[in-house]
Design a protein around this ligand. Structure first.
Ligand code: FDP
Ligand code: ZN
Length: 305
């Protein structure tokens, strides 16, 4: 399968080919309407799996494990790092992101990051990531990713089966759109309640920020790449949500890496997501990703308390 894209990074083309091939396999399963049922299993984070989570995890593992340049595969659906070869690169994956939303037809996708010389969980930090982004299994099969410092959008033509992958040259767009699940707002920290309340304040003729929440990070991030805004999954003073819901290694870091490459920014509230140390493979982190002005404003609210 030709993907019509040449990585700036050495010996990386086989990894992209493996990722794109697995994404095609998963998309074909979805197009047949298969995999959209709860399985009887759960993953390391305690999430109930749907059948597609398991199918997608196997699809990525099967293609990536054939590439001699892949050292480890890390996945939301696997408790430990899986050693594949002594190659230089390791890939971390959320094989199906947004699986609960996929059950009702909202586009889900897959998130990936590629690291060099990673041998332990701690090596999968944001300072070491070389490439990252996400596939969207929507009306068409699409991919958005940063390879080194360059950002690309790819789309598979459903009629010819050909991929077109082109650089996104424009800087990150800016829009007053916030993607956040408000269910925990009563138990958010006060500074976050203040930030969101001010952002959506419509009194005295003020124009409130628009609220949009797919509950599928890849879909919310696709909107961010194309239109701008802020994506937030904060911590809450509620059991199980003390560090939010999203995982640092295979959700937050690849998405932050992509948005930083577009000129955007990210934080956990105090620190850039790409500067956070990784203690555990499946650790959760509060996530705020968006344009620089919004991230700066949000951090200022937190500092103020
Ligand atoms: P899902 O559990 O359906 O895979 O990866 C976690 C994720 O979805 C994100 O895609 C999404 O942004 C978030 O969880 C949705 O969380 P809520 O159920 O709290 O809205
Ligand atoms: Zn996810």
């Amino acid at each position: 399968m030709a993907i019509g894209f040449k990585s700036q990074l050495e010996n990386m083309d086989g990894i992209y080919s493996a990722l794109f091939t697995a994404a095609e396999t998963i998309y074909a399963v979805l197009q047949k309407g298969e995999g959209l049922k709860f399985a009887t299993s759960s993953n390391e984070s305690g999430d109930d799996q749907i059948e597609l989570d398991v199918i997608a995890d196997n699809a990525f593992y099967d293609t990536l494990s054939q590439d001699p340049n892949v050292r480890y595969v890390v996945s939301e659906e696997r408790p430990d790092m899986n050693k594949v070869s002594d190659g230089p690169y390791s890939v971390a994956l959320d094989p199906i992101d947004g699986s609960k939303s996929a059950l009702i037809g909202i586009p889900c996708g897959a998130i990936f990051g590629i690291w060099k010389d990673a041998d332990s969980a701690a090596d999968f930090h944001g300072g070491n990531i070389l490439a990252g982004g996400f596939f969207v299994f929507g009306m068409t099969l699409e991919v958005y990713f940063a390879d080194g410092g360059k950002v690309y959008k790819g789309q598979k033509d459903p009629l010819t089966g050909t991929w077109t992958v082109l650089p996104i040259a424009d800087p990150m767009p800016s829009a007053d759109i916030i993607a956040i699940n408000g269910q925990m707002q009563k138990v958010w920290d006060k500074w976050l309640q203040d930030y969101i309340n001010d952002a959506v304040d419509a009194t005295d003729g003020k124009k409130p920020h628009n609220m949009r929440w797919f509950a599928s990070m890849v879909s919310d991030m696709k909107r961010m790449v194309l239109q701008g805004g802020l994506f937030a999954y904060p911590s809450a003073n509620f059991k199980g949500y003390e560090s939010g819901k999203l995982r640092l290694v295979y959700e937050a870091i690849p998405m932050a890496f992509l948005i930083h490459a577009m000129g955007g920014s990210s934080t956990n509230g105090d620190t850039c997501i790409l500067d956070l140390p990784v203690e555990k493979l499946h650790q959760k982190v509060p996530v705020f990703i968006g344009d620089k002005a919004k991230i700066e404003a949000l951090e200022a609210y937190k500092k103020k308390g």
